[in-house]
Design a protein around this ligand. Structure first.
Ligand SMILES: [Zn+2]
Length: 317
């Protein structure tokens, strides 16, 4: 399986001679890390220069190659032991001819992703954050195989390089859901999303830090999207929004936007123009969402018009 390879380099013109003297083409070569079971414990062994032969439905290890690399392979009484650096690295047993290594079940392997994989799955959140979540057991399921310092993550370098640090968000005491909601329109983006949106509007509840995002083709539809979000938020929390904190953008301070607030009794403080620090929570969220979306898109090299989907994913994470 190609997915077993750590890195992958394609090969052209390489082939492997099979037992029936026929030869089959290889697609690539690289390092493979196997999760084997030795004395009841899962261990990793690294095999180098492993060839990928797509038409083969099973994996083969060459005893000759292993011995060439200085490893020791023993066979006795239907059992095999592989020693690397004079330590037992893997064991196996004979089944209808060939020897089979004791391998960890795939579910165990999948549940032990590397620190890098955890970092990627969490939308490229900073490594200290991943480690903290694991330590606090905030992450359900995945356990990290290594707490070692991670190599430089190239998509992160690209996705987060242009940003300068934001001051941390302060704020008064908030004791209830929807007591204070922050919002700040982001955009216009350089390219419309596949749904035609150019702007995104996150809404963040200051108490629970629950965040939601709406996508807009133009700023003027913010009111309509906000009303839909408001109905959903109030229905699900069973409470009414008290304060909507936004920047001074025209879309937030228009009379039309204020009307539903007057009816609702909601107050709507805004920040002083051009001082985004005053709307810190929303500004920080906008920045985090943009960074995460851009980094994930860079990582998977997807089209730019998927930015709204990437932003939605970032909000979900
Ligand atoms: Zn990253």
């Amino acid at each position: 399986m190609r997915g077993c390879f750590e890195d992958y380099h394609t090969t052209t013109g390489w082939s492997v001679t099979m037992g029936d003297k026929g030869s089959v083409a290889t697609d690539g070569v690289e390092t493979v890390v196997l999760n084997v079971i030795v004395h009841g414990k899962t261990r990793k062994i690294k095999l180098e220069k492993v060839l990928h032969v797509p038409i083969m439905g099973f994996n083969l290890m060459s005893v000759g190659m292993m011995e060439e690399q200085g490893d020791e392979v023993q066979f006795k009484g239907g059992k095999t032991i592989i020693k690397m650096n004079e330590k037992i690295a893997a064991c196996g047993t004979r089944k209808s001819g060939p020897y089979h290594l004791y391998m960890a079940p795939l579910s165990d392997v999948a549940a032990v992703p590397s620190l890098l994989r955890c970092h990627e799955r969490l939308g490229h959140v900073n490594v200290a954050g991943v480690k903290r979540m694991m330590k606090n057991k905030d992450i359900n399921g995945p356990k990290c195989s290594s707490m070692a310092v991670m190599d430089v993550c190239e998509p992160c370098v690209y996705g987060k390089a242009a940003m300068t640090p934001m001051p941390s968000a302060g704020g008064g005491r908030v004791t209830k859901r929807l007591q204070l909601v922050h919002s700040d329109l982001g955009g216009p983006m350089s390219e419309p999303s596949r749904g035609g949106a150019l702007y995104f509007g996150p809404f963040t509840d200051a108490f629970s830090r629950w965040a939601d995002v709406v996508f807009l083709q133009k700023k003027s539809v913010l009111l309509c999207e906000y009303k839909k979000w408001l109905t959903k938020a109030q229905l699900h929390t069973g409470t009414k929004i008290k304060i909507l904190h936004s920047d001074n953008g025209g879309e937030y301070v228009s009379n039309a936007f204020k009307a539903p607030h007057d009816e609702n009794g909601t107050t709507q403080p805004t920040t002083v123009p051009d001082t985004p620090q005053q709307n810190g929570v929303a500004e920080r969220l906008n920045r985090v969402l943009v960074e995460m979306a851009r980094t994930m898109m860079r990582h998977k090299d997807v089209d730019q018009d998927l930015w709204a989907d990437a932003t939605k994913t970032a909000v979900y994470i």
